[in-house]
Design a binder for this molecule. Structure first.
Ligand SMILES: [Zn+2]
Length: 141
């Protein structure tokens, strides 16, 4: 989950220039191998821009990372899309290889389900219980 403090126009590779309202963004991605390495990469700012999320990452801070057992990434994405308040601001974002409208969802406020107990996943067991909190935005209980 990322937080964009101020609205921004961001050029996202081939998607072109998109307007991103301020707020919270849930991005659903996967890494077949090297999940820890991929997450570390998302957290890092200095890198070549490769994935769509890299472009947003330059302007937005990562405030939470959740990991799940390997499963259907698009099913998880649909669950995020169905959360109250979710909207797609950049169609095609992160979904070049699938039929989802986007793998990035905007929320004006942190979705309650996400901040409290995480997005319901196809598999409930987490591969890693690690949750990277850059800021203490998670109120437990
Ligand atoms: Zn998808």
């Amino acid at each position: 989950m990322l937080k964009l403090a101020r609205p921004a126009k961001i050029t996202v590779g081939r998607l072109g220039c998109k307007f991103f309202p301020a707020g919270y963004y849930v991005y659903v991605g996967s890494a077949r191998r090297g999940l820890a390495g991929r997450i570390a990469r998302h957290l890092r700012l200095r890198k070549k821009l490769h994935w769509h999320i890299d472009y947003l990452r330059r302007k937005a801070s990562v405030i939470d990372v959740r990991t799940y057992e390997p499963g259907d990434e698009c099913a998880l994405n649909r669950r995020v899309a169905s959360l109250p308040g979710a909207s797609v601001v950049a169609p095609g974002f992160g979904s070049s290889d699938c039929r989802c409208r986007a793998h990035l969802h905007h929320f004006e406020q942190i979705p309650a389900m996400f901040s409290e107990r995480g997005v319901p996943a196809p598999s409930r067991r987490k591969r890693s219980a690690k949750s990277v909190n850059r800021k203490k935005t998670n109120r437990r209980r």
